[in-house]
Design a protein around this ligand. Sequence first.
Ligand SMILES: [Zn+2]
Length: 307
Amino acid sequence: MTPPRHRSGRVVCAAFVAAAGTAAIAPAAGAQQDMADVVIETIELESDLFMLMGRGGNMGLSVGDDGAFLIDDQFAPLTEKIQAAVAEVSDHPVRWVLNTHWHGDHTGGNENLGKAGAMIVAHENVYRRMNPAEFADVVGRSEQAPRAALPVVTFEDGVRFHWNGRHIGVTHIGTAHTDGDAIVHFPAADVFHMGDTFFRDRYPFIDVDSGGGVDGVIAAADFVLAQATDATRIIPGHGDLATVADLRAYRDMLATVRERVAGMAADGRSEDEVVAAGPTSDLDAVWGENSERFVRAVYISVTGENQ
Ligand SMILES: [Zn+2]
């Protein structure tokens, strides 16, 4: 058995690392200038509901007389640009920030927005991984965040918001991308934000060191597919706005790779042997050339080596 993996340090998601190189791992020094060229793009889903893209995880935004409700907040140097993007579509500031999980490319703006008066909401395990000083029993990755960056409201299975005239459902689906993922549903708009349980058109990063696992990622896709219509629009954690067909293709890819890797593991093959066997070679043309980290995460998931 592999011993439990204890790691600490800034964690961002694979897509961002691939785009920005090593600067993403240690952004402190060069972050300000690295972010200087970032433009926040606003995609209108309804007149009061938007997807925002900048650098890092995709954001969702509901606006109205109650105040802005923001899903994820990318990196700290982008906060002013994000606030400016909100101001373009609303007279009201950000009152709520809902973190889909704890990674730094989704929570990096928490401290700024928290100090500006936003209430931060997340799964309890987000709070734990961002506050290891109080939770010495956290297994795997964690990183102490400043107090203002921490969630002030946490949930276990889910929570509902009744805000800006909308009913906003937030659901936790077991251990998926991490152990603290939230999927957000705007039923009247037929819109989901799946956080990093969904990477559109690419292999996902499954953070097994933060309690993630491939079966939970598949379950997250199934959860959304079960409620989706042909018109459903899905904000993925990374990648462009997606359709149900995109999510179904992703789910099928996940299930295929999981089945292959589980079969090889059951035959006694090691993690390195499974990687060497190329279990995604016929899929790479569609999903990306570099599947190694994904395959290793699937292997660790199905063998329970991260338990
Ligand atoms: Zn992530």
